[in-house]
Design a protein. Structure first.
Length: 562
């Protein structure tokens, strides 16, 4: 997974090398101290004392430089990892977003990547230097007094054996915490993004209770984590203290009987002190590694998800070519079919309407045409060619889609009009698009014109204004195929009239597919497909269907009270 982020490895290796040099310098200090103490009877060795102080300072400087480089390496890794994750997220198939909350994906992007960064930038380098310090100290101590060192070598693994169950529990709790955090992030994101629904439904108490429940779950997991972390530190400290006291008693006895010098004892104790910190650091590393395992696993799962191939296939124009679906079946989930043997054809520069009861599968047909999903059987063709052979970016760039609830991004009107375009537009071109969409007047009346902020999810513009901005964006796109998904269904009569005028302008000279809710749209369509329970129950002009399809006739009478 780290290799996929293409980190600057030189920072890691140089940082580790400097860390090893600093550790080596620290390992020499007790030997200097041993010589200095053993020579006290002859007076203070000033050059040796100055050398000892210089070694302390040099070690600190090198260690700080090492820490800085390793910190930069960690930040580089997490930045690259987040870029990789973000690039992956915006290219995942729509079907993935149907099953996963956006807040959970945000947690992967922020929380899990931070956990991994802490492991790489802090715990891992400290583990390497700690390991060197442990090994180096043990080797020097063995050369000084092998019997005393042997006793310590036996004791340290026993300490680690005591710590093992605690580390395993920390790993388990770490995974639980990351899962709970992702769920909590997802729920809060969903609730806050739909705050108007919360208010209009008087659901504040419900959401408060629900949020408190998740916070309490995080609290319980945090208590467990705090418990095991609090146990780990005292157990390690007590074990090392017992080891320290045991060595001190044994060494003092050796000094008393003359088999060990006082300088050797002090030097030995200094090495022992040097061992205590790295031993605790190693224990912490394994704890952090266990916690990061869950994060790494979830990030890997996300990176392994299949994504849309935006640039594979042929780049070609779809102008003046018939669009068709051939014997298409589709199901969002296995065993729950939505479309059954659907075949439709839209000739170039004609208007094709889709009518039928709600839930019949009309919007699903549009999703398949946009290639958000792939048919489970059959195929979608353009000019007789399977659309899967057409480059996805080119395909979508030639389709204009205006939905019932046209999405709008936080930002300015200019940003929303040009969103997703590679080319740049002049203000004159933007105003022309707004004029064609009957949107120029209300934009001119706004305080900052094209640079007016629309607010999160477009809360500062009305439904009719939002629809006309979407139509203006479609004018700027100049699509070959236009898809209108009940684009005026939720508007008042005045807004509907203006949007209909704008749509009338936009439909000229294009292949237009409409999910219809107005009788005039159906009557004026060149061809109508009546979709009922995922099947094409009939097709033809309005009059043809009125004459020969009772289902359609009843639908028209009920829907339009005609």
């Amino acid at each position: 997974m780290i290799r996929r982020t293409h980190p600057r490895y030189w920072q890691l290796w140089v940082g580790l090398a400097l860390g090893l040099i600093a550790t080596g310098a620290q390992l020499i200090v007790p030997k200097f101290a041993q010589t200095l103490i053993n020579q006290f009877s002859h007076g203070v060795n000033r050059p040796l004392l100055v050398g000892l102080i210089g070694l302390f300072v040099l070690s600190a400087v090198i260690s700080a430089t090492s820490g800085m480089l390793l910190g930069i390496f960690g930040e580089n890794v997490v930045a690259n990892l987040r870029q990789t994750l973000w690039q992956k997220l915006v290219r995942l198939r729509v079907s993935y977003f149907d099953n996963v909350k956006t807040g959970e994906m945000t947690s992967r992007l922020v929380n899990d990547s931070t956990q991994i960064k802490d492991l790489l930038a802090n715990s891992f380098p400290q583990m390497v230097t700690s390991l060197l310090q442990l090994v180096g100290a043990f080797v020097i101590m063995a050369l000084m007094d092998w019997r005393l060192t042997t006793a310590m070598v036996v004791a340290v693994p026993l300490v680690m054996l005591v710590m093992l169950p605690i580390m395993r529990q920390s790993s388990k709790i770490g995974r639980q915490r990351q899962d709970a955090l992702a769920t909590f992030t997802g729920s809060t994101d969903e609730t806050l993004s739909e705050i108007r629904l919360v208010k209009s439904s008087n659901a504040e108490d419900y959401e408060t209770t629900s949020g408190f429940g998740q916070i309490h779950r995080l609290y319980r997991i945090g208590l467990k984590e705090a418990l095991y972390d609090s146990i780990a530190s005292p157990v390690m400290t007590a074990s090392m203290l017992a080891l320290f006291v045991g060595v001190l008693v044994y060494a003092a006895a050796r000094v008393a009987d003359g088999t060990m010098t006082m300088g050797t004892l002090v030097s030995f104790l200094m090495y022992l002190v040097q061992i205590v910190g790295p031993a605790g650091m190693l224990a912490r590393f394994f704890t952090d590694l266990s916690k990061a395992n869950g994060s790494t696993e979830r990030v890997r799962e996300l990176l392994d998800e299949p994504e849309e191939s935006l640039t594979s296939g042929a780049a070609q124009s779809i102008a003046d070519q018939p669009l068709a679906m051939r014997h298409v079946d589709f199901a969002y989930d296995d065993g729950q079919p939505i479309l059954h043997d659907v075949s439709i054809t839209a000739q170039p520069n004609t208007v094709v309407a889709f009518a039928g009861p709600s839930g019949g599968g009309k919007s699903t047909i549009f999703s398949l045409l946009e290639r958000y999903y792939h048919p489970t059987k059959g195929q979608v063709t353009i000019g007789g060619q399977n659309v899967d052979e057409v480059r996805l970016q080119d395909w979508r760039s030639q389709i204009g889609y205006v939905s019932q609830d046209s999405a709008i991004m936080a930002g300015t009107i200019r940003h929303n009009l040009t969103y997703g375009f590679e080319k740049t537009f002049t203000d004159e071109e933007l105003w022309r698009g707004l004029h064609l969409a009957y949107a120029d007047q209300f934009v001119q009346e706004m305080p900052d014109g094209l640079d007016t902020e629309v607010g999160e999810r477009g809360v500062k513009v009305s439904g009719g204004q939002r629809q006309r901005l979407a139509i203006a964006r479609a004018f700027l796109r100049d699509p070959q195929i236009l898809m209108l998904d009940e684009a005026t269904a939720s508007l008042d009569s005045e807004s509907e009239a203006m949007v209909q005028q704008a749509l009338g302008q936009l439909m000229k000279g294009r292949t237009t597919l409409i999910i219809a809710h107005r009788l005039s749209t159906i009557v004026d369509a060149d061809n109508i497909y009546f979709i009922d329970h995922g099947r094409v129950s009939g097709q033809g002009t309005h009059q043809e269907l009125m004459d020969r399809l009772p289902l359609y006739r009843d639908y028209v009478k009920i829907q339009f009270k005609e």
